[in-house]
Design a protein around this ligand. Structure first.
Ligand code: PGA
Length: 243
């Protein structure tokens, strides 16, 4: 399989009202008309999927959800199914983000069910994994992430429908990042546990200043960007750092 170009994905989290979300999406769409060496994905909050999808139409920038329910429909107040995301124009969905694993108590088996739901609906699942600070300090980072992968990635994974995002919990939104050696070690460990050719993104405090160095590392197939994806200029600078 030929090497994939990197994927730079913006996770807007619970940020954005209609006016600023549409303006941000339009700005990204306009910048994406220039040549670039990565695939681009924007994951806005569910309330903005339709408006952001419309603003991105024709730009080549893909649309994704930030989470999905495992069931296709039913009595699950407040939840959004993978089928609904697909229907809203999404091609991807993030599952198992640490803010859901650690903030909302999602287990590996919850994440696995959501990834299966994504595939059932025809979406690409971006499965997030990552260790806590104490786990890294105890020398257990690779073991923790390996165990998360074993529990969270369903049978039948292929490079076309699985993306793994390595996001150390302590690096998310903190301005801290692992050493490049630690990123390389972890991505190599992940590579041995997922189908050949599947992208492995790094996430956690990626910004325009560190993006080029991180994106150039072996086995780093792109970035999952939180805070810096809320400014078109910064998001684009990260995209432009793909070599
Ligand atoms: P951050 O978030 O870039 O703000 O650290 C990354 C993420 O949570 O996906």
């Amino acid at each position: 399989m030929p090497d994939r170009i990197p994927l730079v994905a913006g996770n807007w989290k619970m940020n954005g009202l209609r006016a600023d979300g549409i303006a941000l999406a339009r700005d990204i769409a306009a910048r994406a008309a220039a040549p670039h060496r990565c695939d681009l994905l924007v994951c806005p909050p569910a309330t903005l999927l339709a408006a952001v999808g419309a603003a991105l139409a024709g730009s080549g920038v893909a649309l994704g959800g930030q989470d999905c329910h495992a069931a296709p429909s039913g009595a699950f107040t407040g939840s959004t199914s993978a089928e609904m995301l697909k229907d809203a124009g999404c091609s991807h969905v993030i599952v198992g983000h640490s803010e859901r694993r650690h903030g909302l108590g999602e287990s590996d088996s919850d994440v696995r069910a959501k990834a299966s739901a994504a595939w059932r609906a025809g979406l690409i699942a971006i499965v997030c994994v990552g260790e806590m600070q104490a786990e890294r300090e105890a020398g257990r980072a690779v073991a923790v992430v390996s165990s998360q992968l074993a529990g969270s990635v369903p049978e039948g994974a292929t490079a076309d429908r699985l993306v793994v995002a390595y996001e150390p919990v302590w690096a998310i939104g903190t301005g801290l990042t692992p050493t490049t050696a630690d990123i390389v070690e972890m991505h190599a460990a992940i590579r041995g546990r997922i189908p050949a050719g599947a992208r492995i993104l790094y996430g956690g405090s990626v910004n325009p200043r560190n993006a080029a160095e991180i994106l150039a590392l072996p086995e780093v197939g792109g970035a999952l960007v939180g805070g810096a994806s809320l400014k078109a200029e910064d998001f684009w600078a990260i995209a432009a750092a793909c070599g």
